[in-house]
Design a protein around this ligand. Structure first.
Ligand SMILES: [Zn+2]
Ligand SMILES: [Zn+2]
Length: 171
């Protein structure tokens, strides 16, 4: 099973990142941009249905989907950092991206409208709060935060994410 990098928030480094998501993104964006150049040179308009224009629109969809997956992963890594439920959340997101079987349409159209809180809510729904707490407790079983991890409810964590987003200096 491929493992995505847990340090994936530096957008400058993403340009050279060798992970599966970044490799796929670069592999999709290069042919798209080449195709766009050909369309521009040919002077075809946005409603043109010739082979070149149809191919370009398909390549556009593919690079948007690859970009959406990579962006979700980067934001999930950033959001999960420092939270007891973070590792389990990342595992869930990773599985969703790599093996979720979502359509290209989902990534281009639907994931676009989803906030990180939406993803966290879906994670809680699917994984279950008790399992998230047990996993968090195991992770911290060797340090003092075990009691805290056991009592920490995930909805509180969601609020913490909202607060962090509203006050970037607290994040
Ligand atoms: Zn990467
Ligand atoms: Zn055309």
């Amino acid at each position: 099973m491929p493992i995505l990098p847990r340090d994936h928030t530096d957008y400058i480094e993403l340009e050279t990142c060798p992970c599966q998501l970044c490799t796929e993104y670069r592999g999709a964006v290069v042919p798209y941009l080449e195709s766009v150049k050909l369309v521009e040179q040919s002077g075809h308009n946005v409603r043109c249905v010739c082979d070149l224009c149809r191919k370009t629109r398909k390549l556009n969809t593919q690079q948007l989907a690859a970009d959406a997956k990579r962006t979700l992963w980067s934001e999930a890594v950033f959001t999960a950092e420092g939270h007891s439920w973070g590792p389990l959340f990342l595992e869930w997101v990773e599985n969703r991206i790599l093996f979720g079987g979502d359509t290209t349409y989902f990534w281009v159209q639907e994931s676009e409208g989803m906030s990180m809180d939406n993803w966290i809510e879906m994670f809680i729904e699917q994984v279950g709060e008790s399992e998230i707490r047990i996993s968090a407790a195991k992770l911290h079983s060797e340090d003092k935060t075990v009691a805290q991890a056991l009592t920490q409810s995930v909805p509180k964590a969601v609020h913490a994410v909202e607060r962090d987003a509203a006050n970037p200096e607290l994040a």
